[in-house]
Design a protein around this ligand. Structure first.
Ligand code: IPD
Ligand code: CA
Length: 265
């Protein structure tokens, strides 16, 4: 079984197991802080267990880097890392806001740039975004691409959740200039929407996001033709450590990236 088939199958299983949980009391149960530092909710635990159970069932030799469960070695001879945010957008999931997803990626080495496969599943409707390195990005069975032309409405995604006063000042000219800024509350799914051409740029400069939140999105955006840069405008790359915090911009093309950077100067 190809790695991408494994990730797609287990994402489907997560969807089946959590699709009726959003907004229920059962979603919310508090299990203390997970490896990523946030409170683990029951819905997070159910989704992670789905993945771990399946990988064990098929004897997939890997190391899992889960947002809640931490590093789990499923083999002494691992083929690589499964980078798992089983529920991205946990606050939305617990409150019942229909915008949360699962994000699963596979990397052969300990770097974002070593990711070969990624799957993001919208857990409120089962839609699946996926990519394999050098083979393109897909939504269900259809090829997707970033929106690389002048849009009728330019839609600018900006994650401002918990942003500092300084960052908000820096971003202010973007809010002034662009009438259609958006923030939905699940970074991975926002990257997937961007990759499918629904946003023209997605900005997260808070230096808060973890590797688990963006690993699958990293590959899906690249395979859909998007640019991905860090806060110094270098190609985005980093190790897969739990301490790593990331800032990034995903842009449909150089023109919109330059326009946004100019506004922040
Ligand atoms: C969160 C989401 C959210 C972002 C937070 C993340 P989680 O992930 O991606 O959009 O603003 O920084 O923690 O905790 O729901 O997996
Ligand atoms: Ca999570």
């Amino acid at each position: 079984m190809e790695v991408i088939e494994i990730l797609r199958e287990v994402s489907k299983r997560i969807y089946e197991n959590v699709k009726d949980l959003g907004g229920t009391e059962n979603a919310a149960g508090n299990f203390g802080r997970g490896a990523g530092g946030d409170i683990s909710r029951n819905i997070d635990i159910i989704a992670e267990k789905t993945v771990l159970d399946y990988l064990k069932e098929i004897n997939f030799e890997c190391i899992v880097l889960g947002e809640e469960c931490g590093r789990v070695e499923l083999s002494k001879k691992p083929k690589g890392f499964i980078i798992m945010d089983a529920i991205d957008g946990s606050a939305n999931a617990v409150r019942g806001v229909p915008f949360f997803c699962s994000s699963l990626a596979f990397a052969t080495e300990n770097r974002l740039s070593a990711i070969t496969d990624g799957v993001i599943t919208n857990l409120s409707n089962g839609e699946m975004y996926w990519a394999t390195k050098d083979k393109g990005a897909f939504l269900n069975e259809s090829r997707i691409q970033v929106h690389n032309k002048d849009p009728i409405y330019k839609i600018v995604g900006i994650n401002t959740s918990g942003a500092s006063t300084n960052l908000m000042k820096k971003l202010n000219p973007i809010f002034k200039q662009h009438n259609h800024t958006r923030h939905f509350g699940a970074n991975a799914l926002e990257m997937a929407l961007f990759a499918s051409g629904l946003l023209d740029i997605f900005i997260d400069l808070r230096n808060k996001i973890r590797v688990q939140d963006i690993a699958a999105g990293y590959l899906i955006v690249k395979e859909a033709g998007g640019l991905l840069v860090d806060s110094d405008l270098n190609p985005l790359d980093t190790n897969l450590s739990y301490e790593t915090r990331i800032s990034f911009i995903a842009a449909a093309n150089k023109k919109i990236l330059d326009e946004i950077i100019l506004l922040m100067k």
